[in-house]
Design a protein around this ligand. Structure first.
Ligand SMILES: Cc1cc2nc3c(=O)[nH]c(=O)nc-3n(C[C@H](O)[C@H](O)[C@H](O)COP(=O)(O)OP(=O)(O)OC[C@H]3O[C@@H](n4cnc5c(N)ncnc54)[C@H](O)[C@@H]3O)c2cc1C
Length: 437
């Protein structure tokens, strides 16, 4: 299967309505003026955050002709040097948006997922490759986050992306006529509808709920090692997991196999959990102290690490609702999860596609009902993945012994690809760009 444009291609980035530039929405400091009153045919979606979720949403809105603007806090878009796993539930919609060629160029098609013990004993193997494509009409891919980000950026009209626009507050007008956005530089803008795609520390979420991220007690080291300094087996198209007492280690190839992306999870001291920051430098010696004695490739990788990033892992409990009449959330802002099902980005992509589908052709008055529809599609699904990711945190670091042996036996029995059907076969956003007949 080539990763072509499988569904009639995509429209040109952007859409027919031209609305200023640099993410400039309307009305600086003006009174509420919803779409109906200003006579615009379609309400404009203000997306806060240009991460994987926000950009996918903007790309999907562009594809179905819905006006949008993106407000991103960073002045320069950059992604942490690490990989991300993309499963068929997210690949299918990305292909429909026209990202096949970009994925073909940079991503790696994974043949299988292998789980082993810290000493190398085999635990489970899930075949992916052709079987995955046959069962789920899409491959399982790994990709450098920067490559995915660049691919998503190609879907949007850059004039609609405002950089250096850090949202401070979002306030919905009591008569539901719109939302007032206030930015750190004092700018005030009015929006018809606001989507908080602003990550785990979402400012938009703060306007809806008073809750805090929950510290998992775990920290993660992440980074890249050039494949050329590693043994040839590092180039095999595998996602590999090694489980051991007090830690687990994941790696897979990215950048067409030029690098190996690794993520090593360990318990952190509970007294003063650091705020999670994806760019916090970590100490490679700490990594070597935990994993240096593990089997073959793990020891080779940590020996080759020159610099690493380290941060504390947080999530939040699932919400029953995350919208008002004119404000909603997606991705980590709505349902931050621990990375132990490798689904955070995949679920953000699913959210974006479903939300864009719900907003297609929505007149201003219909937005509350469309947001309710979006929630009904997404809340149960993402809550289940959040809970599953949390449950995995409890079983990945068992000491060798009876509980570990029971876990290994369970994993071996449930390694078949059809055990992933609920996750991988889920369809989102078909109405954004229809699937081929
Ligand atoms: C170690 C680790 C490994 C992972 N591996 C995988 C994996 O293999 N597969 C997978 O699917 N997921 C994985 N994830 C999860 C995934 O990376 C996240 O779920 C995903 O990036 C969330 O995307 P997002 O767009 O919701 O948020 P983010 O990517 O966090 O983007 C939020 C954006 O909003 C901007 N922003 C924040 N606040 C403001 C503000 N006030 N004003 C304006 N802009 C703002 C930020 O600058 C950022 O650009 C992993 C996560 C971790 C921690």
């Amino acid at each position: 299967m080539r990763l072509g444009r499988d569904a009639g291609g995509r429209r040109q980035p952007g859409n027919s309505e031209s609305r200023g530039n640099s993410g400039d929405s309307r009305d600086s400091g003006a009174s509420p003026s919803p779409a109906g009153r200003t006579g615009r045919a379609r309400p404009q979606v203000a997306v806060v955050g240009a991460g994987i979720g926000g950009l996918t949403l903007a790309g999907a809105l562009a594809a179905n002709g819905t006006p949008y603007v993106i407000h991103e806090q960073t002045r320069e878009l950059s992604e942490v040097g690490a990989g991300v796993q993309l499963s068929p539930n997210a690949i299918r919609p990305l292909l429909r948006l026209g990202l096949g060629p970009a994925l073909e160029e940079h991503a790696v098609r994974i043949e299988a997922m292998e789980v082993r013990g810290w000493n190398g004993r085999p635990i489970a193997r899930t075949p992916l490759g052709a079987e995955c494509e046959r069962m789920f009409a899409a491959p399982y891919l790994t990709i450098h986050r920067a490559h995915l980000h660049d691919a998503l950026l190609s879907l949007i009209d850059r004039d609609r992306l405002g950089l250096g626009q850090r949202l401070r507050a979002a306030r919905e007008h009591p008569d539901a006529s719109g939302v007032r956005l206030t930015f750190d530089d004092g700018t005030v803008r009015e929006a018809d509808l606001v989507v908080g795609a602003d990550g785990i520390h979402s400012t938009v979420r703060e306007t809806l709920r008073r809750d805090e991220p929950v510290y998992s007690g775990l920290g993660i080291y992440r980074g890249l090692v050039p494949a050329e300094v590693l043994p040839a087996e590092s180039r095999e198209r595998l996602v590999r997991l090694w489980l051991g007492p007090g830690g687990h280690f994941v790696c897979y190839p990215v950048a067409s196999g030029a690098y190996l992306s690794y993520a090593a999870t360990v318990p952190l001291p509970s007294d003063a959990p650091p705020r999670e920051s994806w760019s916090r430098p970590g100490d490679p010696e700490e990594l070597r102290a935990v994993f240096g004695g593990w089997t073959g490739l793990v020891a080779d990788i940590v020996a080759a690490v020159e610099s690493t990033h380290q941060w504390a892992l947080h999530d939040r409990p699932p919400l029953r609702t995350w919208s008002t009449d004119r404000i909603t959330l997606l991705g980590d802002a709505a349902h931050p999860m621990l990375p132990f099902m490798a689904q955070g980005a995949n679920q953000a992509i699913e959210d974006a596609m479903d939300l864009a589908g719900c907003l297609a052709d929505a007149p201003f008055e219909a937005i509350p009902e469309r947001l309710a529809r979006y929630e009904s599609l997404r809340v149960p699904r993402t809550a289940e993945v959040q809970r599953g990711s949390r449950a995995n945190a409890g079983i990945l670091h068992l000491p060798d012994g009876p509980a570990q042996r029971r876990r290994d036996a369970h994993m071996a029995v449930h390694a078949a690809l059809h055990d992933r059907t609920a996750l991988y076969a889920h369809e989102t956003g078909r109405s954004v760009v229809p699937a081929p007949a």
